[in-house]
Design a protein around this ligand. Structure first.
Ligand code: NAD
Ligand code: IPM
Ligand code: MN
Length: 358
């Protein structure tokens, strides 16, 4: 029996609803696989925790995240809970992403069957790319460090050579393991950068091509972010792995979500050399919290990514296939805004049913 210890952070608003769904799926998959066992350890952190205690996460929880095999996190945050300088207080990116040096934010954008996409002419599987978002520097290096006064404010974007090299190399290594994009199967890494205007992006682009030279079998190309926003709507089937600065990755990964049935279809992983955690791309969705209509697939697929990362690839694939099957057969339906028509619990139950049959 292979044993794992996973820290679970339910988070805020829809977070606990989604985590409940993902844990039910994980319990089913480990029961039916039978050769590994995950011990879950729940810790509170986020905006509600900050409102109660004055910190977003306790030092004990951070230590638990370090010592666990990985972490499954629900979305956190509440726009009303802010620090005295005005930014949101209950977020964990600074503590977990920077604190644990999780430099790669991996955000797959895959069109599953049966979802409500505004794009026409795309079949299931016709969009299948991964946004590799640099997760520890770029504009977010300025997190909590903005300077200025009543008449001007500045946040600074920082790119370092080791920081850019490692994220670009991560992107090429990922492309090597994939089979290329749906449109032509040509392994490809696309760098999104704004070198027409900003010197930091000239630096990013130059390092991108230096690293690309180490991977002659993979096509390397660049695109400006404004053009990329159009291309991800008009020609998403062309893209395989996309690598970019932190803030650009934040924006374009949500844009990708808008093309594949909404953010509720978007899982993600935050990965470093020593630690990791897995969470949906989206936030805590206060507008639908407590209504039972959130799409839990983002959290369920994040759990599948986590299983693959800790070494349980077979169980991970089984979850992804069960999700595909549920959506393909129309067992459940989502409205045009990506909300679960039969409710979060019914979607989860359908995934569990498919898992038990597989
Ligand atoms: P959001 O991602 O929470 O919501 C954007 C829209 O997508 C909303 O209409 C929401 O209802 C919808 N949506 C999101 N997830 C969904 C799901 N699973 N099923 C169906 N619909 C879904 O973005 P926001 O409203 O800008 O932010 C809300 C809070 O979340 C803020 O406090 C923000 O800072 C925080 N946030 C946290 C994370 C994180 O924990 N990783 C990520 C993004 C935003
Ligand atoms: C995300 C979120 C975070 C980010 C926020 C909540 C700090 O939007 O994970 O994409 O901007 O990175
Ligand atoms: Mn975001």
């Amino acid at each position: 029996m292979r044993n794992y210890r996973i820290v679970v952070i339910p988070g805020d608003n829809i977070g606990p609803e989604l985590i409940e769904a993902a844990l039910d799926v994980l319990e089913t998959v480990q029961k039916t696989e039978g050769d590994f066992k995950v011990a879950f350890e729940t810790h509170q952190a986020g905006a509600a925790y900050y409102a109660k205690t004055g910190v977003a996460m306790s030092p004990e929880t951070l230590e638990a995240c370090r010592s666990a095999d990985s972490v499954l996190k629900g979305p956190v945050g509440d726009p009303a809970v802010r620090t005295p300088d005005g930014i949101e207080a209950g977020l964990l990116g600074g503590i977990l992403r920077s604190g644990l040096d999780l430099f790669a934010n991996v955000r797959p954008v895959r069109l599953y069957p049966g979802v409500s996409t505004p794009l026409q002419g795309y079949e299931a599987g016709g969009i299948d790319y991964v946004v590799v978002r640099e997760n520890t520097e770029g504009l977010y290096a300025s997190r909590g460090r903005g300077v200025g006064g009543p008449n001007a404010m500045a946040d600074t974007m920082i790119m370092t050579r080791p920081g850019v090299e490692r994220i670009v190399r991560f992107a090429f290594n990922l492309a090597q393991k994939r089979e290329g994009p749906p449109s032509d199967g040509v392994r490809r890494v696309t760098c999104v950068e704004k070198s027409n205007v900003l010197r930091s992006f000239v630096f990013f682009r130059d390092i991108f091509f230096e690293v690309a030279a180490e991977y002659p079998g993979i096509e390397a190309e660049t695109i400006y972010p404004d053009a990329a926003a159009q291309a991800l709507v008009m020609n998403p089937g062309h893209y395989d792995v996309m690598v970019m600065e932190n803030f650009l990755g934040d924006i374009l990964s949500d844009l990708g979500g808008g093309t594949i049935g909404g953010l509720g279809m978007c899982p993600g992983g935050n990965i470093g050399d020593a630690y990791s955690y897995f969470e949906p791309v989206h936030g805590s969705a206060p507008d639908i919290a407590g209504k039972g209509v959130a799409n839990p697939m983002s959290q369920i697929l994040s759990a599948a990514m986590m299983l693959r990362h800790i070494g349980e690839a077979a169980a991970s694939s089984r979850i992804e296939k069960a999700v595909w099957k549920v959506l393909e057969t129309g067992d459940v339906r989502f409205d045009e805004r990506g909300r679960a028509v039969p409710g979060t619990k019914a979607v989860t139950k359908a995934v569990i049913g498919r898992l038990e049959d597989s």
